[in-house]
Design a protein around this ligand. Structure first.
Ligand code: ZN
Ligand code: FE
Length: 278
């Protein structure tokens, strides 16, 4: 089985995919036998109202609520059309939004009959002028997040506190069982002229998180997008986390995090040594 467990579609406002069907055809050509459509679940309006930075960019972080039914209809159509060639899974990359747990539970409860896979990710942290998206650009991460906490490692610690909270969060019976790109806080690491390695405080939070993940039989997204980001140049999660996770035999699932046709299948060979099966 060759699976891509983390991909986006034309319903992602910040990607360049025109029709996910072409991505699926490419995945079939590359020998994938399973392909999960995991579009960013819509953000509640009340959440966007708490955000700082450029709001037009925050609004582009996730699928629009009015696209939900179109997204699932398209996914179901493709599931049937390609059933003999590839198994298409359908679901969300959900954001962990502290304070909006009931919104998330309700969304999952409404769509769970159509959902067969998915991830839970942290893309937002409190920062300058409100909640900020942490993976826009190095300059935005510096101005909106690192400046707010005082150092790269101080921001990193808050990211891992939030990861732990996401693992412990009660998102109901349909909570995704895979955690997305568990070192997204390192995306711009090489752009910073200061210490960016895992601080002992972060290491402790990571250990605790991994033990919780192992105990709940959850999985990690082995996400190759970071390999191709010039300020990151590594797979998410970072090597040290992968080593700790391997000791706990936490299953990992390759994720291309495809946002463009060219992304389909990328980094699979690099990720392969770190694939841990169930
Ligand atoms: Zn995206
Ligand atoms: Fe993500």
């Amino acid at each position: 089985m060759k699976k891509d467990g983390h991909t986006h579609t034309e319903y992602c406002p910040h990607g360049t995919i025109e029709d996910v069907e072409v991505c699926i055809q490419k995945a079939i050509q590359l020998g994938f036998t399973s392909y999960s459509l995991t579009e960013h679940a819509p953000l509640p309006k009340e959440f966007i109202a708490t955000c700082g930075g450029q709001l037009s960019i925050i609004e582009e972080c996730a699928m629009a609520a009015h696209d939900l039914d179109h997204y699932f209809a398209k996914g179901q159509k493709l599931q049937k059309k390609y059933a003999s060639e590839i198994q298409i899974e359908l679901g969300f990359e959900l954001d962990y939004l502290p304070g909006f747990e009931s919104y998330t539970r309700d969304l999952l409860a409404e769509y769970h009959p159509l959902i067969s896979d998915g991830l839970l990710s942290v893309h937002f942290l409190p920062g300058v002028d409100g909640i900020r998206c942490i993976d826009l650009s190095a300059a935005d991460y510096q101005a909106g997040i690192v400046a707010h906490y005082g150092s790269f490692q101080a921001a990193q610690k808050v990211y891992y506190q939030t990861i732990l909270a996401s693992i412990e969060a009660d998102l109901g019976p349909y909570k995704p069982k895979r955690y997305g790109h568990l070192s997204l806080c390192q995306k711009f690491q090489h752009a910073f002229d200061e210490e960016t390695s895992f601080h002992p405080d972060s290491q402790q939070l990571i250990q605790k998180s991994l033990h919780r993940i192992a105990a709940s039989h959850a999985e990690l997204d082995l996400n190759t997008a970071g390999l191709f980001k010039p300020d990151c140049l590594e797979i998410y999660p970072s090597e040290w986390i992968r080593q700790q996770a391997a000791q706990l035999t936490i299953p990992t699932v390759y994720g291309s995090d495809t946002h463009a046709l060219a992304d389909v299948g990328r980094g699979y060979q690099e990720a392969r040594p770190y694939l841990v099966a169930h």
